[in-house]
Write a protein that binds this ligand. Structure first.
Ligand code: ADP
Ligand code: UDP
Length: 236
């Protein structure tokens, strides 16, 4: 399989076409952004870690019955994935209050919910990824009713699998963002990435933040947090 043309350069990854029309290669960068691109920086080594961590978690999810876009890791920063048409929704699951949830509802961070919550944002940088409910998504034909139901149930399944796994390595899975896509035959699969860029991870004992909040909030030791997540997940 060969890379051909670059299809897209995003904030954290580049996407390349390949000689197989059903496959693309994603290439993870060290660039970091926050607050809808307002804050920019570099997290040295992040691309390598996010590639490894995402692929490890995608494979864990596959083993547990969640279909994903993962095909094969081909280098430190590059992975072959199934080409999908991305459903333009950011699917956010929360187990503990933090970030925009705490801000929007005027509550402190760290409230442990009895049940996880789900919300959608419209993936549209020009509009600042506005919050939207499933009726809005269906009205705008971003997905069908059936597709939304599939996405919801897969997202909660991802949460069950990941929450239990992270607990076993001493990490609380606070919240995370997922993206889903449709393959050429119309199957909904989990796509994009699952990494410290897209999840909040707190150490179970110390509650230390081990994710991109260290960058967003200038907490220092950003690289170390990413390294710690890789170490706990992969032992490397
Ligand atoms: P952004 O677009 O938010 O800046 P990235 O820098 O992570 O994000 O760019 C990666 C892009 O690739 C995203 O737009 C994401 O939706 C898209 N993508 C992720 N997985 C796939 C896939 N399997 N097929 C096609 N596009 C994908
Ligand atoms: N998130 C993400 N990309 C986004 C927005 C959010 O990966 O464009 C993740 C974020 O890392 C966190 C979760 O989704 O794990 C919930 O984010 P929140 O809504 O609290 O927004 P934030 O505080 O990041 O603005």
């Amino acid at each position: 399989m060969e890379k051909t043309v670059q299809l897209y350069e995003g904030k954290a990854k580049k996407v390349y076409a390949t000689t197989d029309e059903n496959l693309v290669i994603v290439d993870y960068k060290d660039d970091a952004t926050a607050f809808n691109g307002l804050k920019k920086g570099t997290i040295s080594g992040k691309g390598v870690i996010n590639n490894r961590v995402t692929n490890f978690l995608m494979q864990l999810l596959e083993k547990n019955g969640v279909p994903t876009h993962f095909v094969e890791e081909i280098s430190e920063r590059e992975t072959v994935v199934k080409k999908v048409s991305i459903v333009p929704l950011e699917v956010i699951i929360r187990n503990i209050s933090a970030g925009s949830f705490a801000k929007r509802f005027g509550v402190e961070e760290g409230i442990v919910f009895d049940e996880p919550t789900i919300e959608f944002s419209y993936k549209n940088d020009d509009l600042g990824d506005p919050l939207m409910n499933s009726y809005h998504a269906i009205a705008l034909k971003l997905a069908t009713k059936e597709e939304i139901e599939t996405i919801k149930s897969l997202a909660f399944k991802v949460n069950e699998v990941l929450k239990a796994y992270f607990l076993s390595i001493g990490i609380e899975l606070v919240d995370f963002k997922l993206e889903f896509g449709k393959t050429s035959d119309g199957t909904i699969v989990l796509a994009d990435e699952i990494s410290p860029d897209t999840c909040r991870f707190w150490d179970s004992k110390t509650h230390e933040k081990l994710d991109k909040d260290r960058f967003r909030r200038d907490l220092g030791n950003v690289e170390d947090a990413y390294i710690e997540i890789r170490k706990r997940l992969l032992g490397e």
